[in-house]
Design a protein around this ligand. Structure first.
Ligand code: RIB
Length: 308
């Protein structure tokens, strides 16, 4: 029986513009296409958890508008319990403005809107969902004090805590770091949090050590097409990822995090959970959009049985 996952975080409607190359400051360029996709780091991680077979509930806020409805529908289609996501009047649903270039790389600007109401007060009103879950997964696209409250509450209740520190703040208080079972930065986020440059693998090991020394139990760094690195007191393990031609890397990290949470919920050991998450995100990057590109459990299982 799979453990219960609680996802706390943002829901955004993504407005995605396909371009040749990123514009320079002061430059005007022509886009090739524009599309709307359900997104938001929290909602993407929830969607991945649901599509990959997890038993998951999401906490977050949307506006009382068409985008909010579409986002709730997208999560319901992925089998997520959305009944505690609040629909707020007089504030717009969060939006993300995303440029995707011909290499699948992106630049993102988020306007938080209703995500700003996913605050400590709202989380306190949903304490039952904290009590009912086994695993909390949270990112940093909502107010930091709400993120830290959620981590402290989940820790106090003895839950497994996964923090995806995206977008990364300059620092996370030491007393919060001690309460985290898995922190999952990419190399840029690790550089910001550790204060070390994290380009080469050796630098990444050193950056991860900074967080381990502050009390995080496992540091799991995603490094794009170079795979991922897991650092904990047992040592350092590096994982390759499948070589694919990316179409759009938006939400690759979210898919990885959601998949990792599902595998942990199923009782997989961390190494096995990383392999599962790598397979899921290697499919995700070959498709356009955030939630639209997240694979189903059948697709990931089929790929694993072909390639492992
Ligand atoms: O991680 C990708 C997500 O970041 C997008 O879906 C966008 O909404 C922003 O939150």
């Amino acid at each position: 029986m799979s453990k219960k996952i609680l996802i706390v975080g943002s829901l955004n409607m993504d407005l995605v513009v396909q371009i040749e190359t990123m514009p320079m400051v002061g430059e005007t360029i022509l886009g090739r296409d524009v599309q709307y996709f359900p997104g938001g780091k929290g909602a993407n991680q929830a969607c991945a958890s649901g599509k990959l077979g997890g038993q998951a509930t999401m906490l977050g806020c949307v506006g009382a508008d068409g985008f909010g409805n579409s986002l709730l529908q997208s999560l319901a289609n992925a089998n997520i319990n959305t009944e505690h996501i609040e629909v707020k009047e007089n504030i717009a649903t969060g939006m993300a403005f995303i440029y995707v270039d011909t290499h699948g790389s992106n630049s993102i600007v988020v306007v938080s809107g209703a995500n700003s109401l996913c605050n400590t007060e709202y989380l306190k009103n949903h304490d039952q969902e904290f009590m009912d879950c086994d695993i909390l997964i949270i990112q940093m696209e909502i107010a930091y004090d709400a993120v830290y409250y959620a981590i402290e509450r989940a820790f106090e209740l003895g839950k497994t805590v996964i923090l995806n520190p995206a977008p990364a703040p300059k620092e996370i208080p030491d007393d919060i770091l001690k309460k985290i079972d898995y922190i999952t930065p990419n190399e840029g986020e690790l550089a910001r949090l550790s204060g070390k440059k994290c380009d080469e693998i050796q630098d990444i090991h050193e950056g991860a050590r900074v967080l381990l020394d502050k009390g995080v139990k496992n540091v799991l760094v995603t490094i794009g097409d170079r795979g991922s690195v897991l650092v904990n007191k047992e040592g350092i393990r590096q994982f390759e990822t499948r070589k694919v031609i990316p179409v759009d890397t938006t939400a690759a990290g979210d898919c990885f995090n959601g998949a990792f949470a599902v595998a942990v919920a199923e009782g997989k050991q961390p190494d096995e959970a990383v392999v599962f998450a790598n397979f899921a995100s290697s499919i995700e990057v070959t498709r356009a959009g955030a939630q639209a590109s997240i694979p189903t459990r059948d697709e990931v299982d089929a790929l694993i049985s072909q390639e492992v």
